[in-house]
Design a protein around this ligand. Structure first.
Ligand SMILES: Cc1ncc(COP(=O)(O)O)c(C=O)c1O
Length: 366
């Protein structure tokens, strides 16, 4: 059975944001939830815990050990489980790491277009935006921003959400060189990395990366957002400054689920990645056939597509597609103030839904 082969009628019974935020006739392809069958290893582990009434608080460093084992296997990146701190989830981990190394008003560098909570977690810091350049990090722009603003922290998104860029080892080595030169702490969100597989380079595996943490979790690659847990790995000086209660939000079920995913869900995530690659090609082909004004070139990271709708001449593509096509996408403006003409499309679904969505989008502008 294909991982994304979940019938629409079954998906519509789900109670999550994706399936409940908008009207029942709207096809939701926005928030980063997968239309997937749960990985059997995760399901089996949770069912066992339920059957045993094993429903208390987490204690053992099982998640830290499982991530270290996965990282060594997948990326050849070795770290000690004692270099990882349990956190509630990746967004709160990013926020906690940022609060630990900066003060209100301090400059913090981000790269737009960017997953909106990067701005959210920096709410009372001063954001210095170095926009992506042709979907890649603007290394010269970063160097200039580091020199001019002397930021204490840089929030890196690796792989990058929304456009799916996987940063190369060379790009990351240059980031590390710049961070070292200007004394910037790099906080790298690598939540999409397991799905990207071997193509991804963990920031801390790059030569010269020291004053840095990776914030990550199994939640995005195995669709486990309901089961809260995440990890901050790396710099002891950053982790020592975290608030003492930082681990309190991770749930035992989150830890069990994420451990099962990392340890016993490796085939599942490779299969999911293969299906997603097929979905991206299918989406590109559907657009070429039914809505050729829009073109989409798949990038290898994440299951998200970042689509420029300016050729359609709509005032607000996301609102038009919602109101007229009855397809809900993410608004580009939430990722960058200049991206009003962009939408983000979630392709972790099946071909029937992708085909239906493209047909609705095309009909709405014909
Ligand atoms: C880059 C990125 N970071 C973090 C998250 C959310 O992670 P969590 O649910 O663990 O806070 C997402 C969710 O889509 C994401 O794309």
């Amino acid at each position: 059975m294909a991982i994304f082969d979940v019938p629409l009628a079954e998906l519509r019974t789900r109670g999550t944001i994706k399936w409940r935020r908008f009207e029942a006739d709207v096809l939701p392809m926005f928030v980063a939830e997968m239309d997937a069958h749960l990985a059997p290893a995760v399901r089996a582990r949770l069912e066992r815990a339920l059957a045993e009434g094993d429903t208390g608080y987490p204690e053992l460093p099982a998640y830290q050990e499982a991530l270290a084992d996965f990282a060594a296997w997948q990326w050849g990146w070795e770290f000690s489980p004692s270099d990882a701190t349990l956190v509630t989830d990746v967004v709160t981990g990013m926020r906690d790491a940022l609060m630990a190394v900066t003060e209100p008003g301090d400059p913090v560098v981000i790269n737009s277009p960017i997953y909106p909570p990067f701005r959210g977690v920096s709410y009372d810091r001063t954001i210095v935006d170095v926009p992506m350049l042709d979907d890649r990090l603007d290394l010269e722009g970063l160097a200039e921003a580091f020199e001019e603003h002397r930021p204490k922290a840089y929030l890196l998104c690796s792989p990058h959400n929304p456009n799916g860029t996987i940063h190369t080892a060379e790009e990351l080595a240059e980031v590390a060189r710049l961070a070292d030169r200007f004394g910037v702490v790099v906080i790298s969100d690598e939540i999409h990395a397991p799905l990207a597989g071997a193509a991804h380079t963990p920031y801390l595996a790059v030569p010269g990366a020291h004053d840095a943490v990776i914030v990550t979790s199994a939640s995005k690659s195995w669709n486990l957002a309901a089961l809260k847990a995440g990890l901050i790995v790396g710099s002891a000086s950053v982790r020592d400054r975290l608030r003492p209660m930082v681990s309190d939000g991770a749930s035992y079920f989150g830890v069990l689920a994420h451990v099962a995913a990392l340890a016993d869900g490796r085939d599942w995530v490779r299969e999911a990645a293969d299906e997603i690659e097929g979905n991206k090609e299918f989406f590109a082909a559907q657009l070429a056939e039914h809505l050729p004004a829009l073109s989409y070139t798949p990038l290898p990271g994440t299951y998200l597509a970042w689509l420029d709708c300016s050729p359609l001449g709509l005032e607000s593509p996301v609102d038009h597609f919602h109101q007229v096509a009855r397809v809900r996408l993410n608004a580009g403006r939430d990722f960058a103030p200049y991206a009003q003409q962009f939408v983000r499309v979630n392709l972790a679904t099946n071909h029937d839904i992708i085909a239906e969505a493209v047909s609705r989008l095309a009909a709405s502008v014909s």
